[in-house]
Ligand binder design. Structure first.
Ligand code: ZN
Ligand code: ZN
Length: 248
């Protein structure tokens, strides 16, 4: 039996009433007008409200966004980067507690962003691993703080796991260290199988202007490279597992 489990809780109560109330709160947050200057480059609106993000030390983001340029997570207003951070951390109804990342670090939002890009394909790949076995569960962990390498560097990781009665049989993750928050490490099992800097980050660092077509093409190439690295390593693991079983 295949059992899909995401590490997020469900909502209870009257669903229709909850949904209507929720929709109206989101709409209000989307339209709420403040009196601050919008932080978007070139925007002249002074109807902005502050990004609500505060990190583990209580420091505020300090940017403000008009209705057109703000990002929402549920009914909260954030800048785009912090929306990425908040939406990729464990939800409020999760039992996992993660300290809010520092306001100026891009590592958790980059992990969250890349994880969303490849999520569907990683699920599909791991599901096909599951079919070959006698059942088990796919488990996706939210973005978590981890300590990596000999020097125990702070890093943010998002992982996907196949768990059977014998334990975790496959583990795929992506990881970004705080000290190098432009590079994505791709891990299968305990091995780092690729390291790649997303093209849009390279362009931003160089101040390059990239048209939409090139941007789309480069993002697709980036996705393909990440997935290929994962797929090859999972296949290699399966192959070596089969050999071990054959010689046992
Ligand atoms: Zn604006
Ligand atoms: Zn912010």
């Amino acid at each position: 039996m295949v059992n899909l489990m995401k590490a997020e809780g469900g909502k209870h109560g009257s669903l229709a009433a909850f949904a209507a109330d929720y929709d109206s709160r989101v709409l209000q947050a989307a339209q709420r007008e403040g009196s601050l200057q919008c932080s978007e480059h070139g925007c002249t609106k002074s109807t902005a409200v502050s990004c609500e993000y505060a990190d583990r030390r209580g420091r505020q983001c300090g940017t403000a966004w008009c209705p057109e340029h703000r990002a929402l997570v549920e009914d909260h207003v954030y800048c785009r980067r912090h929306a990425g951070v908040v939406s990729s951390l464990p939800g409020a109804d999760s039992s996992l507690v993660v300290p809010r990342p520092d306001i100026d670090n891009r590592a958790p939002s980059l992990v969250g962003w890349v994880a969303r890009l490849i999520d569907g394909d990683v699920w599909r790949l791991l599901l096909s691993e599951l079919d070959a076995q006698t059942g088990g569960q796919l488990i996706a962990d939210p973005v978590m703080l981890v300590f990596t390498g000999l020097e125990r560097q702070r890093a943010w990781e998002r992982s996907w796991k196949v768990m059977t009665h014998t334990g975790i049989t496959r583990r795929v993750s992506i990881l970004v260290e705080e000290a190098d928050d432009a590079e994505v490490e791709i891990k299968v099992g305990l091995n780092i199988v690729d390291r790649v800097t997303p093209p849009w980050i390279t362009h931003r660092r160089h101040g390059d202007h990239v048209d939409e077509e090139q941007d789309t093409r480069e993002r697709e190439e980036f996705n393909r490279r990440v997935l290929k690295a994962i797929e090859d390593a999972v296949m290699a693991e399966r192959h070596s597992g089969a050999e071990e079983a054959g010689t046992a």
